[in-house]
Write a protein that binds this ligand. Structure first.
Ligand code: BEZ
Length: 212
């Protein structure tokens, strides 16, 4: 079992999904990826999460993020569950759900935490960059549904900070001021970002979102 950490290469796998058998790296291509696990089929929180995720797909697409979910139940169970999700959440799930009955992927990504539950996955989230490196790992308990606005927000931060020498402050949202990377001295920051760089302390410099 791998204990994955930020910066590790996301392990590749081939798995059966509700959209056919796929290999992770082929599915991602040169996109970002979000892989998220669900404890089990036909459970209430998971049902709402998959419906919400499907409604957010356009936003993930806009950010060039490919979505892939996982639950440890078999494919025929997933297919039945999809009908319930469509009925109750009023949306078709429009991305693949891995059928991980043999726990191949759950074990590879350490999604089963035996002190929480011996057989079901926790709610793991992995965000994978186009370089196949893991950029974010989140772990929620089964009883707490994830906030998909927060997942988009953190993707916005990851994508901004991957390409600009900035970091994002507490509760940051796209378009708000960002902080200059601590490794950049203020004069260099002013060359990079212009005169709007505000120096509150030598280590705390704010500047407008360079993409806004
Ligand atoms: C749920 O998705 O509702 C759920 C799954 C496992 C345990 C608790 C809740």
């Amino acid at each position: 079992m791998a204990h994955l950490r930020l910066g590790d290469t996301a392990p590749n796998f081939t798995a059966a999904t509700t959209q056919g058998t796929l290999t992770l790296y082929d599915y991602l291509g040169d996109h970002w990826g979000i892989l998220f696990s669900h404890p089990a089929d036909f459970t209430p929180v998971c049902t709402t999460e998959l419906g919400t995720a499907a409604k957010f797909k356009q936003e993930f697409d806009r950010r060039k993020v490919r979505m892939i979910a996982l639950s440890v139940d078999p494919l025929d169970s997933h297919q039945e569950w999809l009908k319930d999700i469509a009925d109750t959440q009023k949306v078709e799930v429009n991305f693949p759900i891995i059928a991980d009955a043999d726990r191949q992927v759950s074990d590879l990504y350490d999604m089963i935490h035996p002190n929480a539950n011996d057989t079901l996955t926790v709610r793991s989230v992995f965000i994978i960059g186009p370089d196949r490196k893991i950029k974010l790992i989140l772990t929620y308990p089964a009883s707490t549904g994830r906030n998909f606005y927060e997942l988009l927000r953190v993707i916005d931060s990851l994508q901004l900070t991957a390409y600009h020498k900035v970091a994002t402050p507490a509760n940051w949202e796209q378009g708000q001021k960002v902080v200059v990377s601590p490794s950049i001295p203020t004069p260099e920051a002013r060359t990079l970002f212009g005169d709007q760089v505000e120096e509150l302390r030598p280590y705390l410099r704010l500047t407008p979102d360079p993409t806004a």
